[in-house]
Design a protein around this ligand. Structure first.
Ligand code: M6R
Length: 606
């Protein structure tokens, strides 16, 4: 969480920094700030609240003008959102912005206090600023090297030293940071969209590499000071993809991008009508040797993993565990040498998910990452990678990333099932063909926005809501419920429909709407029973089912039909109305759709 940017070049840095921060605001929006060299001094402006608040403050106190500066947008961890806790933090000699968590900040604080330093904020970052100050000997590189030896935790740092107004320093460990390479100007940023307006070329900083940026050169050294030759990478995302493109919100745009995202992810992985993962390290022999799969992820990515479990077990007949990464990493999981650990992450930087990957690697287990951000930490560290091609996902609520994660789960299941001889080549062709038809069907589902809006009107004043479903629909209901909660703040619960009567049905009243997912033919009759149970308690029910489902129009108060599809693929279509209901409910309740309270897009802290 938190986004950092830095600029050195001939442009006025304040506008470049604010511009970059706007692209990174999805990483946190509790406060924002910049520090800019102006006539030999470092001028800092920072403020609690959104970037707009900081810009307003800039207008009040005077916009700093200069050609080198750093900026920050914060997701608060240590210390409440406030002006004083906002970044940059600094001393007479330097100024820093930080993304990450300094785990030993209390010990460092004690040490620095004993050495005469005082602290004004509650942040862990202030200890880094003061530690750098403590070690400062006139040589920025030596100073950073000395401080790094003392710091434990995760960090991406942008650093200005007052004595060196023509240099910008950066270093990272366990938090992302890129160095953007322009013509006569260079940048640092937590993520690619922040630099896209100016350049597509960048370096990825490895753990504890220290970068020194001047306007026309960038030098990178390892922690022990040895020069490092870096490969220039080129971003393929275009600026358009990182902008709203005429939609009111990124979330709505990203919901509409799902047909393309799924097409881009699936098509390159189909050869002669059969699934082909195109991962060199995953030969048929290797795939066939796996005896158990552990899927590990957080939030929406974990929900995609739940769908994956269902299809992998059903088709490939291989046992699958799905774990929340923050649980997996601390529960000493039982991992067999022939197991496969599948790590799912949109950002590729989620701290718990990254830690889970490292744990699996420590056990010598093959790790496969399914990741959207190319070159992210998880992508780089996993043994095998399958990229999802969703393009940048900016809205905090994940939508298109979920769809492409599911799409890869299907491809993996078809391939494994084929390799293990659990399905025939003809069956594999059939399923693959049906998956390839999903993008066109998604376009059709997207036309039903008005129905979703109407239903959102019905629930906009509800305090509580239930999602119920069985099998794949239960997995999907978890995602529907998360989406509604995170952006509309309506409390909701996802329940396995058959489990409701074991206690939770006591919460169903006429004020508690129920969204019943019933897309699975084999479980449809059971779902009819469950719908009747909640209706008998007064609940108003929205039924989501496939076109042509029996008695659908008589069963529920509201009906949303998805096109008829193979049952196993139904979540790919049924998720869209759930995303739209959440979107419109959030909008109707006046919430900030793209930036819900207390959240951040990329959770790079534990
Ligand atoms: O970047 P990741 O896929 O690793 O992120 C995992 C979760 O933080 C993320 O899916 C989160 O649950 C979404 N905001 C939900 O919409």
């Amino acid at each position: 969480m938190c986004g950092i940017v830095g600029y050195i070049g001939n442009k006025d840095s304040s506008s470049v920094l604010v511009d970059g921060l706007r692209k990174l605001e999805y990483r946190g929006y509790d406060s924002a700030g910049v520090a800019i060299f102006e006539n030999g001094t470092i001028k800092t402006v920072k403020s609690k609240g959104r970037l707009d608040d900081m810009e307003q403050k800039m207008e009040q106190v005077g916009r700093p003008h200069g050609h080198c500066g750093i900026g920050h947008t914060r997701w608060a961890t240590h210390g409440e959102p406030s002006d004083i806790n906002s970044h940059p933090h600094g001393t007479e000699k330097l100024s820093i912005v930080h993304n990450g968590i300094i785990e030993n900040y209390l010990q460092l604080k004690e040490f620095l206090t004993a050495n005469g330093y005082t602290f004004v904020s509650q942040t862990d970052t202030e200890t880094v600023a003061k530690l750098l100050d403590y070690y400062y000997n006139g040589d920025p590189l030596e100073t950073i090297q000395a401080a790094l030896k003392e710091i434990k935790g995760s960090y991406a740092l942008g650093i200005l030293f007052k004595d060196f107004p023509d240099r910008l320093y950066a270093v990272r460990k366990d938090s992302p940071l890129i160095v953007g390479l322009g013509q006569g100007e260079n940048f640092i940023a937590s993520d690619i969209p922040a630099i896209l307006k100016y350049t597509r070329n960048y370096y990825l900083l490895e753990e504890n590499e220290i970068a020194c940026l001047q306007k026309d050169k960038v030098e990178i050294v390892s922690q022990d000071g040895k020069p490092v030759q870096k490969q220039v990478l080129t971003a393929t995302w275009d600026i358009e993809a990182a902008e709203k493109g005429g939609y009111d919100h990124f979330m709505l745009k990203e919901i509409h991008e799902q047909p393309k995202a799924v097409r881009d992810t699936v098509s390159p992985r189909v050869e002669d009508g059969l699934p082909d993962l195109k991962v060199e390290s995953l030969t048929d022999e290797v795939l066939g040797s796996f005896e158990k799969i552990h899927i590990v992820a957080c939030g929406t990515a974990m929900h995609a993993g739940m769908v994956g479990k269902y299809v992998l077990e059903k088709l490939a007949r291989i046992p699958v565990d799905v774990d929340i990464a923050s649980e997996f990493r601390y529960r000493n999981p039982i991992l067999g040498k022939n197991d496969l650990v599948v790590i799912i992450s949109q950002s590729g930087e989620t701290a718990d998910t990254l830690a889970a990957l490292r744990l699996a690697k420590k056990h010598g287990i093959h790790t496969l990452a399914i990741v959207n951000v190319v070159g992210s930490s998880i992508a780089r560290e996993a043994d095998s990678v399958i990229y999802t091609w969703a393009g940048p996902e900016i809205a905090v609520a994940s939508t298109k990333a979920y769809s492409v994660q599911m799409a890869v789960m299907y491809l993996l299941a078809f391939k494994l099932a084929l390799v293990k001889g659990e399905i025939t080549e003809n069956e594999a062709r059939f399923y693959t063909q049906k998956l390839m038809e999903i993008p066109t069907q998604l376009e059709n589902v997207l036309c039903h926005a008005d129905d979703c809006k109407q239903f959102a009107e019905q629930i906009k004043s509800s305090d509580d809501l239930f999602y119920i479903g069985r099998g794949l629909d239960y997995s999907l209901s978890l995602e529907g419920s998360l989406k509604l909660k995170e952006i509309s703040y309506i409390h909701s619960e996802a329940y396995a429909a058959g489990e409701l009567k074991h206690g939770t049905i006591s919460l169903i009243t006429e004020d508690v709407p129920v969204i019943a997912l019933a897309t699975q033919g084999a479980l449809y009759e059971k779902m009819i029973g469950n719908i009747k149970e909640v209706k008998a308690r007064g609940a108003k029910v929205l039924l989501v089912c496939q076109e042509g489902a029996e008695l659908a129009d008589q069963l529920a108060d509201y009906l949303l039909e998805i096109p008829a599809v193979e049952d196993i693929l139904a979540p790919m279509l049924a998720v869209v109305p759930l995303q739209m209901i959440a979107y419109y409910a959030s909008l109707l309740r006046g919430c900030d759709v793209d930036k819900p309270r207390n959240l951040a897009k990329s959770v790079t802290v534990e």
